[in-house]
Design a binder for this molecule. Structure first.
Ligand code: MRU
Length: 347
């Protein structure tokens, strides 16, 4: 199944807090609970939460008792605010919600029920587009991988982080589907271990060879010539090419540059935020310290220890070799290239 699906007025999510031990699906019938699921990371990964939020807007439409279009639009605006507060860094969330709000504002509608139906259709369109986009990203990105390469990967950017197929992991998957031998070094990705719990689970199911490493081993593998390229995702890309992504990405990028290892961020255009000129303006989510001081509910620090837990960091564009999008690979100068692909041109 897809990471996020719609079935008769219910949004169904693969519960990513239960993997790899259990593959379970949870159903949501209102946008409030869905927003909570996004905050608690039942669903996570920028494109997946963008599509989930779009379905959340469809749920908000269905559950609203509004009889007029104005009343419905007002309920949708409230739902949009609740959903966008769920997680601040991934711009896809805002993108999915905004796309729905804009649709609801369209003057073609004559009744509230027409808007309700359109929101469901649009959420399906967003989900389908995500899968098609990821396959295009995979086709472009696979050209960067040669037969026999070892790729270092951070966090989870696979089918679980999207509606299906994945972004950076989708590139690896595309290369594998083309028959190339690809080996993946999987960063475990503390504190929530998306690499160990989710990426390793996906690679195992795809039959792609991998080895799990602790995050702090990445520099060792790069400096000893054991990494051919680094592929990561993105949660928000500013106009100048600065990339916000899972905490630890910045350190990887600096180490890659130091060791002459090509470093690519892989993301759909819905992750690009041209309204922000640079990464300094990207809001970085701070999550509870308990994610650092404990593992699977068991404390790993002295009682009373406090922790800082930024969930993302921002990698300045000077550390990137390129940005892989569905319109091709954008290279320096990133501001120009990103503007072009956002206008619909091929990179
Ligand atoms: O906190 P998460 O698990 O939602 O963070 C996910 C990432 O940082 C991914 O690398 C990013 O969203 C790209 S996923 C295709």
């Amino acid at each position: 199944m897809r990471t996020v699906e719609w079935e008769k007025g219910t949004v169904r999510l693969i519960d990513q807090t239960k993997l790899p031990w259990e593959l379970t699906v949870v159903g949501y019938r209102d946008h409030e609970r869905l927003a909570e699921a996004i905050s608690k990371m039942v669903v996570r990964g920028a494109p997946a939460i963008g599509a989930t939020a779009a379905y959340g807007m469809a749920l908000a439409g269905l559950t609203s008792e509004a009889e007029t279009m104005d009343a419905l639009r007002s309920d949708l605006a409230d739902a949009a605010e609740r959903l966008t507060l769920a997680r601040p860094t991934a711009v896809n969330l805002v993108w999915g919600v905004e796309r729905q709000l804009q649709l609801a504002r369209d003057e073609q509608w004559t009744t509230a029920d027409e808007i309700r139906a359109a929101l469901i259709r649009e959420a399906h369109a967003i989900a389908d587009e995500d899968v098609a986009t990821n396959k295009r990203i995979g086709a472009h990105g696979a050209k960067l991988i040669s037969d026999g390469n070892t790729v270092l990967h951070h966090c989870n950017t696979g089918a679980l982080a999207t509606v299906d197929y994945g972004t950076a992991l989708g590139v690896i998957r595309a290369a594998h589907e083309q028959g190339k031998q690809v080996h993946v070094l999987v960063d475990e990705t503390r504190p929530r271990l998306q690499g160990a719990l989710l990426t390793a689970w996906e690679l195992e199911r795809l039959g792609i060879p991998f080895e799990l490493i602790v995050d702090s081993a990445a520099g060792h593998f790069m400096s000893t010539g054991q990494v051919d390229l680094v592929l990561v995702g993105a949660d928000r890309i500013a106009g100048n090419g600065d990339v916000a992504n899972k905490i630890g990405t910045y350190s990887l990028a600096v180490m890659a540059k130091e060791n002459g290892v090509p470093f690519y961020s892989v993301a759909p255009r819905s992750t690009v935020d041209l309204s922000l000129p640079s990464g300094d303006q990207i809001p970085v989510e701070e999550r509870p310290g308990e994610e650092v001081t404990s593992l699977f509910g068991k404390s790993i620090a002295p009682e009373g220890a406090t922790a800082r837990n930024p969930a993302f960091d921002v990698t300045p564009h000077r550390y990137l070799t390129g940005i892989v999008t569905e319109k091709g690979v954008v290279y320096l100068p990133f501001d120009l290239g990103l503007r072009r692909v956002m206008e619909g041109e091929e990179a």
